[in-house]
Design a binder for this molecule. Structure first.
Ligand code: ZN
Ligand code: ZN
Length: 345
């Protein structure tokens, strides 16, 4: 099959590789779409994967075309997405079904081969099927949408709550759309890129604030009726985003930190003090829930099926695998507007 193989840092090649071979308990997915995650950019160009060579790609959807002898044959022909984390199943977190906290996991697209390829063998445990009402490209957004749902759940949002989302990346937009679909009183998206904020409006987010504008603080308190936000979802991972989430939270408010930090996060004393004096609840959020009772992947596919979550508009560019250079340039070149860039395979 054809695949994009990361052979060294910044050395991605489109080439023939052996087809994956089914093991017991697995299904074979013919990959139809795979999103490029913002985490794939440093993975490809800066840090590398855990070993070389690796096929990146963890945000995928596909058709089940074959399955191992111990797997239900009726799955063949169905459409599926897959939770990309392969937990050990033995550690304390796994026993609590908190798989994203597993201490010895494998991961498609970073620790083992992923879906920038034509085929991928996936344990049947990891797949969630969906109907042909959902296009494969939209379904490939299930991974970031599940990560965003997990973050929103950590905020324990009620319909009387005002919610501020800091960040205009895929997770920020998805968190805002989930929050809105769950009926929060007000949702504000905060960012610095005017084009991204206009895009948020087009997605149906009523309130946006550009931090680059001088009067942003006044604008914020005007929208919030001179109060802070009940919940702040931090989806950037920078010092200023963390500081702002502390500033924007109301007294007794809740903050969910979900942006991946690019470097150290240190806070000055006055900001730190606000956590104490305002008695803020600060929670981390990592990956998504795949528990038997709370499964963000099933929640996402169900919301896409019934139309309560409309996220297809996040896909701004699609490329075939062989146009990978153009696809990566689209994300890295800040003169090109992009939100979610995706391979359609
Ligand atoms: Zn991702
Ligand atoms: Zn584990």
């Amino acid at each position: 099959m054809k695949a994009l193989v990361l052979e060294d840092i910044a050395k991605l090649t489109y080439k023939d590789v052996p087809d994956p071979v089914l093991k017991q308990g697995e299904v074979m997915l013919k990959i139809k779409a795979c999103g490029i995650c913002s985490s794939d950019i440093p993975r490809i160009f800066k840090t590398g994967t855990y070993h070389f060579p690796t096929v990146p790609g963890h945000e995928f959807s596909g058709e089940i075309i074959d399955c191992a002898s111990d797997v239900d044959k009726s799955l063949i022909g169905q459409r599926a997405v897959a939770f990309p984390l392969l937990p050990c199943g033995k550690c304390n977190s796994c026993l609590e079904e908190e798989y994203s906290r597993c201490s010895d996991y494998n991961y498609f697209g970073s620790r083992c081969d992923g879906a920038f390829a034509e085929y991928l063998a996936v344990p049947v445990w990891n797949i969630v099927t969906f109907s042909d009402r959902i296009p494969y490209t939209t379904a490939a957004l299930c991974e970031p949408a599940s990560v965003a749902k997990h973050c929103v759940d950590k905020g324990q949002i009620k319909n009387t709550d005002t919610v501020t989302v800091i960040g205009t990346g895929t997770i920020g937009f998805l968190a805002a759309l989930w929050t809105r679909s769950m009926g929060a009183k007000k949702v504000i998206v905060v960012g610095r890129n005017e084009k991204k904020l206009e895009f948020a409006k087009k997605l149906g987010i009523e309130f946006t604030i550009n931090m680059a504008e001088e009067n942003f603080a006044e604008k914020f308190s005007e929208i919030m009726d001179n109060n802070g936000s009940d919940v702040v979802l931090e989806c950037v991972g920078s010092v200023s985003a963390v500081e702002n989430s502390i500033k924007f939270a109301k007294k007794g408010g809740r903050i969910v930190l979900t942006g991946n930090p690019e470097g150290d996060i240190s806070l000055n004393k006055d900001i730190y003090w606000k956590i104490l004096r305002n008695e803020l609840t600060v929670t981390g959020s990592w990956n998504s829930s795949y528990k038997s009772d709370i499964n963000n992947w099933k929640e996402t596919t169900a919301a896409l099926e019934d139309g309560s979550l409309d996220i297809a508009g996040l896909i701004t560019q699609k490329f075939p695998l062989e146009k990978y250079e153009e696809a990566l340039t689209t994300i890295r070149d800040h003169n090109i507007f992009s939100v979610k860039v995706m391979f359609e395979i």
